[in-house]
Ligand binder design. Structure first.
Ligand code: 5RP
Length: 219
């Protein structure tokens, strides 16, 4: 089974978590794209969606799926999205596609977060994937120095502007043994919008694509 086939398998499995007649939060990235394509097969059974990025909104609309502004939505049954890394406590690193802040906001509104990923994303200790930190543009150098001083790692400015008009610092060479504490510490630096750790609010369910089928992981 290829990596794409595993991503597609978890995307199709995630349809079982879609609650009919409700609004569904939809993530960003290649695995989320497989989910959007799968969701199109049951688009008449949901009220609509909230997108975590402009790219996701475009793809949803291209399938004729309604996309709502989050400010017009007070309830969302489930948020379905991929991840760059997960540990077995369902703590995640997200933001490889740069949509981490909107992803965290949409996930916060949803009753349940179902993460979909191929098995390469499951690690024992997170930090192999560089941790994305979204920052207000004028603060980039200051935040970079503060991260180096307080946390360590290697900080690199990504050549990318987020949907929110901000910049991303990718922090590599980290061994994340306390993801909750690191998420909180990074978010306390002035200029940080948020970081890609989903540890204080981790996923509720991880659907992991393996060559032998989809493994359901719960904390
Ligand atoms: C985007 C994300 C994605 O969920 C993450 O990068 C995984 O992407 P993919 O499904 O393409 O491997 O957080 O900001």
């Amino acid at each position: 089974m290829t990596q794409d086939e595993m991503k597609q398998a978890v995307a199709i499995e995630a349809l079982n978590y879609v609650v009919e007649d409700t609004i569904i939060g939809v993530g960003t990235g290649s695995t989320a794209n497989f989910f959007i394509d799968a969701l199109a097969t049951m688009k008449d059974k949901i009220k609509g969606t909230v997108a975590s990025s402009e790219a996701t909104a475009e793809r949803l609309k291209s399938h004729g799926i309604a996309v709502f502004d989050l400010n017009n939505v007070s309830e969302m049954s489930v948020y379905i999205d991929g991840a760059d890394e997960s540990d077995d406590g369902l703590n995640l690193i997200k933001g490889g596609g740069g949509a981490l802040t909107r992803e965290k906001i949409v996930a916060a509104v949803a009753d349940k977060f179902v993460c979909i990923a191929d098995e390469s994303k499951l690690v024992e200790v997170m930090g192999v994937f560089p941790l994305p930190v979204e920052v207000i543009p004028m603060s980039a150098n200051y935040v970079s120095r503060e991260i180096t001083k307080r946390i360590g790692g290697t900080v690199k400015l990504r050549d990318f502007t987020t949907d929110n008009g901000n910049l991303i610092l990718d922090v590599s060479d980290l061994k994340i043994t306390d993801p909750k504490a690191l998420e909180t510490e990074l978010n306390s630096i002035i200029g940080v919008v948020t970081n890609g750790l989903f540890a204080n609010s981790p996923a509720d369910v991880l659907l992991l694509g393996t060559p032998n089928g989809v493994r359901v992981v719960t904390a």
